[in-house]
Write a protein that binds this ligand. Structure first.
Ligand SMILES: Nc1ncnc2c1ncn2[C@@H]1O[C@H](COP(=O)(O)OP(=O)(O)OP(=O)(O)O)[C@@H](O)[C@H]1O
Length: 557
């Protein structure tokens, strides 16, 4: 419930939209009530007049005002419903925008290392599905509940003014239904709603993961097994959804039954009150049909309280996601003029109890200096780059830029100091030029071509009819692995950062291409500081000194 309270506060920012939407829901219900009640009154009154006249009696009835009233309620119900849809769509879009902005704000300061722990598709799933589920909090839960409560109170008060005994009879039936149905649907549906959402989430992640790994699954003959697993998940999901649907149908039937009972109770008590002469026939019928309209406001409650289970599950997950990360510390200090990067007795391990990747490690990278670092696989080289650029906070020791600790520098300014090529550099489904301009947004075509020449990709661009406008598929799927890596390298080299950090920049390249690329790195890094990590120093560009990272410590090679 604490998670839901948090999101209720967030919804509070749009309270005027929500109030307007709910008021229009109530107006729609009131118009429906008025339409049925007045029609009932009018039909009964005209019927009674007919009987009276047929029996030779005298009676007059103004048919114009009730007729106009019926038209008024019919038109205002349509208009209120249209307005309600319009306002509530707008309200929901604004809520969605608030939720997404809140989530992105919460995620952005979290370290890349933390976010990379989520499986493929899991973050996407949370950012899309959980957020979409949360927008039901207002539209499916709060709005219908507030409308039902107000409509019942106002409707029964109005009925009590017309015919108190009928109001009491209806209240005795409708009140338990209005309280019990939501409570029972919530209690019974909550575990299923959470399980269904969990299974749907796994299903989506597995589909995304399997589509991405399609080639490997085919190559290892694992497609049938994965399909079976998908089918089992799908079966479980369908089963949960079916049981939820059964519960909902049962609850909706309960609501209809309660409405009919209220109607019958109103009718029986109404007949008695008409016989006693305290209420006229047309008013009694108006009340009975009004009760039918009141029952309608209870109909959305079963769905609402099933949704509440799912909404609170999604709220918990989103809050967990937003709060789980270790935000990278960031202050407000400006970047100092001195760009010497200093690692001062730094220790770091990813998890408590894990052998530290860095153990009291120290290093000084002077402006313009180039340092190559080698070490066995898993020694902690990539981790060290993340610590060096402030993406991971050290447990002990400090990382300084000049005399300023990195964690005191504002996030944007710190990021601007570093150009990183990491092992999993991502390309975007955009043009080649747009991918490159991520490194330097203002770069002109000559600068882009120069960066491509540095990584030996000129001929690839020239061969393509669209040149720099060539569209790259998702994650650069239109390129070979080596081309993707070189394009990411060109993007890194284009970034006008004082310190360049390259993680195995020529991994997977043939000898000739590698030599060209190393010359290109030399040229584009120029006078900037450079750290290259890898396994083989002969695959590094020109370096000033070489170090080895082993057992968390740096030593000369
Ligand atoms: N996000 C993470 N969470 C937990 N452990 C991690 C994480 N990233 C890396 N590690 C662990 O930290 C250690 C160092 O990993 P790292 O990637 O820094 O090594 P590396 O020297 O760059 O290896 P390689 O040369 O194979 O790229 C490894 O044991 C790895 O399993």
């Amino acid at each position: 419930m604490g998670d839901l309270r948090f999101f209720l506060v967030l919804l509070g920012r749009r309270r005027w939209w929500l109030a307007a939407g709910t008021a229009l829901m109530l107006l729609t219900a009131a118009a429906g009530f008025g339409l049925l009640a007045l029609s009932g009154w009018f039909i009964t009154a005209t019927g009674l007049m007919g009987l009276t006249l047929a029996a030779g009696g005298a009676m007059t009835l103004d048919i114009y005002r009730p007729g106009a009233g019926i038209r008024f309620f019919a038109v205002s119900r349509a208009v209120a419903r249209y307005g309600e849809r319009l306002v509530n769509h707008e309200a929901v879009f604004r809520i969605l925008a608030d939720l997404r902005t809140w989530l992105f704000r919460a995620l952005l300061p979290q370290s890349r290392a933390h976010l990379s722990r989520f499986r493929d598709g899991e973050l996407l799933n949370r950012v899309t599905t959980d957020i979409n589920t949360l927008d039901h909090l207002y539209l499916r839960v709060i709005g219908p509940t507030v409308t039902a409560v107000l409509a019942l109170c106002l409707g029964l008060a109005f009925i009590a003014w017309l015919s108190p005994p009928q109001a009491i009879a209806a209240l005795l039936v409708l009140l338990p239904a209005a309280l019990l149905v939501p409570w029972l649907t919530y209690r019974a549906g909550r575990p299923l709603a959470a399980a269904g959402a969990e299974t749907a989430s796994s299903l989506r992640q597995q589909v995304i993961g399997d589509l991405q790994a399609q080639a490997e699954l085919h190559a290892f003959g694992a497609v049938p097994r994965r399909l079976n697993e998908l089918e089992a998940l799908d079966h479980k999901y369908t089963g949960d959804e079916q049981r939820l649907l059964q519960q909902r149908s049962l609850a909706e039937s309960g609501v209809r039954l309660a409405t009919l009972l209220a109607l019958w109770a109103g009718l029986v008590v109404g007949v008695i009150t008409v016989a006693s002469g305290s209420v006229s026939g047309p008013v009694m019928v108006a009340v009975v049909l009004g009760l039918l309209a009141l029952g309608e406001v209870l109909t959305p409650l079963p769905l609402a309280y099933q949704m509440l289970g799912r909404v609170s599950w999604s709220a918990g997950r989103l809050r967990g996601l937003a709060d789980s990360g270790q935000p990278v510390s960031a202050g407000n200090a400006a970047v100092p003029g001195d760009k010497t990067l200093i690692l001062q007795g730094v220790s770091f391990s990813h998890r408590p109890g894990q052998t530290p990747c860095l153990h009291n490690a120290s290093l000084t990278l002077k402006p313009g200096e180039r340092i190559g670092i080698v070490g066995p696989s898993g020694a902690g080289k990539s981790t060290m780059l993340s610590v060096l650029m402030g993406d991971l906070d050290p447990e002990h020791g400090d990382v300084l830029l000049g005399d300023t600790p990195l964690r005191q520098i504002s996030d944007d300014q710190r990021q601007a100091c570093f150009a990183l090529l990491d092992q999993r550099a991502t390309l975007f489904s955009a043009s080649l030029a747009a991918n490159l301009r991520l490194g330097r947004p203002a770069a002109d075509e000559d600068e882009l071509m120069d960066a491509l020449a540095a990584v030996d990709l000129t001929s690839m661009v020239q061969r393509s009819a669209e040149g720099l406008s060539t569209w790259l598929g998702e994650a650069g799927s239109g390129l070979s692995g080596g081309q993707r890596r070189r394009l990411a390298l060109a993007r890194t080299l284009l970034k006008p950062a004082a310190i360049v950090l390259l993680d195995e920049p020529t991994e997977g390249l043939d000898g000739t291409t590698e030599r060209r690329v190393l010359r290109g790195i030399d040229r584009l890094v120029g006078e900037r500081s450079l750290i290259v990590i890898g396994h083989d120093p002969s695959r590094f560009p020109r370096m000033d000194r070489l170090l080895r990272l082993s057992e968390g410590r740096l030593s000369p090679l």
